[in-house]
Design a protein around this ligand. Structure first.
Ligand SMILES: Cc1ncc(C[n+]2csc(CCOP(=O)(O)OP(=O)(O)O)c2C)c(N)n1
Ligand SMILES: [Mg+2]
Length: 542
């Protein structure tokens, strides 16, 4: 086997069936191995390396399983780096396979094609695990190490580099067995009991969830029920952990209101960034953290109880122990329904125009359909008021909040989950970061429906310039193509929707089309500001 063939065999052993990739001479031997395995491992090639990496990210987020991409070194790798950074901040299991110049000349700065000074050092800043493949024999072990690193502790991406002259080198490879599950930390029973006692005694408990709770939806739902506790589904990544139809599922502004009065909070798989950094803490607030990352608990405010490990098994233990410490509680359902109704009225008064479009999308997107967010007016509003029914059906970029992640990430989500419709929402600004990948969607028949809310501007920037900088507008107007003609020129289906009603019709047609992409251009004007619901003032402590 060559190193390339051993890599492919190892990816297959780990259950991967797709590689997102863009070829080039350093990786030709890897692609030859991919050719030979193409009946088992699909290669989805993109038009820019950022597209490949974002697609792997989208596939990882939508499936909860590891995904991989392959790129040439230097510029190819750097083109993918914003997506790799995003995967890191989102704890997504994305494996980057990165080419490298000939082994013997690494570090000599001789000007080899695509040479990047200390590429390994650059990569190291973006992932927790990296290594370079040196021969076929070691390769399955290194792929296994990378995969285990991706799944252990706080999950995240990893990278494996390989030199142009190593991919094709043959070597002896032992049969590759089924991968062992990653080690799981032992549950600290004493900490579980302390958490149960504090939660049981709480008068106004609050649950905060983030991306790390996406696979603990049933447990969080049961905990909320047992404690009659609202669940703050985070600003971006916890959405869908508790079904939004449950009145206990709250978004930013309602959580802010509840935070001010809470006596015990339990943060599950979340950095709790907004509450701990912006909203404040004081001595009357008891904090419990459940996190896979041993360091997370200490980063902002030291918690009273820290439980380290995967959310689901820890919460299952907590649910076993809690009844002994928790008397039956009166229902808070009506109170939560009232709070939700009041908040909805505030949303309608302030961001009504955005809600009309979001309501149209929700009405057409099936329960298990996936909504991929962007850094746009419609995205900000969605994080506040788009109902999410199931885990992993609201993909939002996390703290990078990187404009332009959406379309290519959505393509990856749709490619990996062909069984459900995926809708990508975009501003005209963000869409054109990766709009070239429309070619990928057509080439690989990816049935994504992408909406472009087209206001001819970096609207968010423009509004800030209008409101906070005396209307001194700079670098915020956009010259756009006709997006309908643009999409059609690739061979995609496209239409324009001028009203929420027209959008519903266009979405129905888009979701029904399963052999290729649909673009929907929605001309819009300036939108009212959502920021009063996002950046909210300190309500506890100094
Ligand atoms: C990578 C990156 N670059 C720049 C920004 C700053 N930024 C935030 S929103 C925005 C404008 C978005 O414009 P558009 O996609 O058209 O959405 P709109 O606000 O008009 O709805 C910009 C430039 C960012 N968040 N990420
Ligand atoms: Mg715009």
């Amino acid at each position: 086997m060559t190193t390339g063939e051993a890599t492919v065999a190892a990816l297959l052993a780990h259950g991967l069936d797709t590689l997102y990739a863009l070829p080039g001479v350093q990786n030709d031997q890897l692609f030859d191995a991919l050719f030979k395995a193409s009946d088992r491992l699909r290669t989805v090639h993109t038009r820019h390396e950022q597209g490949a990496a974002y697609m792997a990210l989208g596939a990882a987020l939508a499936t909860g399983k590891p995904q991989a991409y392959a790129v040439v070194p230097g510029p190819g790798f750097l083109n993918s780096s914003a997506a790799l950074l995003t995967a890191y901040s989102m704890n997504a299991q994305v494996l980057a396979l990165v080419g490298e110049i000939p082994e013997a000349v690494i570090g000599r700065n001789m000007g080899y094609l695509h040479e990047l000074r200390d590429q390994a050092g650059v990569i190291k800043r973006l992932v927790d695990f990296r290594a370079r493949l040196r021969n076929a024999t070691e390769t399955p072990g290194l792929v296994d190490k990378a995969m285990r690193a991706m799944a252990s502790g706080r999950p995240g991406p990893a990278a494996l580099e390989c030199s142009i002259d190593v991919w094709g080198k043959p070597g002896k490879v032992a049969p590759i067995g089924a991968p062992k599950p990653p080690p799981r930390p032992r549950i600290d029973e004493d900490a579980v009991r302390r958490a149960a006692r504090k939660l049981g005694a709480a008068k106004r408990p609050l649950i905060c969830v983030g991306g790390g709770a996406q696979d603990a939806s049933a447990e969080v739902t049961a905990l909320s029920e047992m404690l009659q506790a609202p669940v703050y589904c985070g600003f971006r990544r916890g959405q869908g952990v508790l079904d939004s139809r449950n009145p206990f599922a709250v978004t930013n502004p309602l959580a802010h209101e509840l935070w001010a009065k809470a006596d015990v909070v339990i943060g599950i798989g979340t950095r709790m960034f907004f509450p701990l950094v912006n909203w404040g803490t004081d001595r009357d607030l008891t904090i419990i953290r459940v996190d896979a990352d041993t360091d997370e608990a200490r980063r902002h405010v030291k918690p009273d109880v820290a439980l380290i490990g995967d959310a689901a098994p820890i919460l299952r233990r907590l649910l076993d122990v809690l009844p002994a410490h928790n008397a039956a509680r009166p229902s808070r359902r009506e109170e939560m329904q009232e709070r939700q109704a009041r908040m909805r009225a505030r949303f309608e008064a302030q961001i009504g125009p955005q809600l009309c479009w979001l309501d149209a999308i929700r009405a057409e997107l099936p329960e298990d359909g996936i909504f991929v967010d962007e850094v746009t007016q419609m995205g900000f509003a969605a994080r506040l008021a788009f109902p999410v029914y199931k885990p992993r059906t609201f993909l939002s970029p996390g703290y990078q909040d990187n404009l332009g992640w959406g379309f290519a990430t959505a393509l990856g989500a749709q490619d990996a989950r062909r069984d459900v419709p995926v809708v990508s929402i975009n501003g005209d600004g963000g869409f054109m970061y990766t709009s070239n990948e429309m070619a990928t969607a057509v080439r690989h028949r990816i049935p994504l429906t992408a909406i472009v809310f087209n206001d001819g501007a970096f609207g968010n920037v423009r509004r800030i310039q209008e409101e906070d900088y005396g209307n001194r507008l700079i670098a915020s107007d956009l010259a756009n193509p006709d997006f309908v003609k643009f999409a059609e020129s690739f061979g995609a289906a496209a239409e324009r929707a001028r009203t929420p009603e027209e959008l519903r019709g266009a979405l129905r047609r888009g979701f029904a089309r399963r052999d290729g992409p649909t673009l929907i251009d929605v001309p819009v004007g300036p939108m009212p500001s959502p920021w009063e619901f996002i950046l909210m003032k300190r309500v506890r402590g100094k």
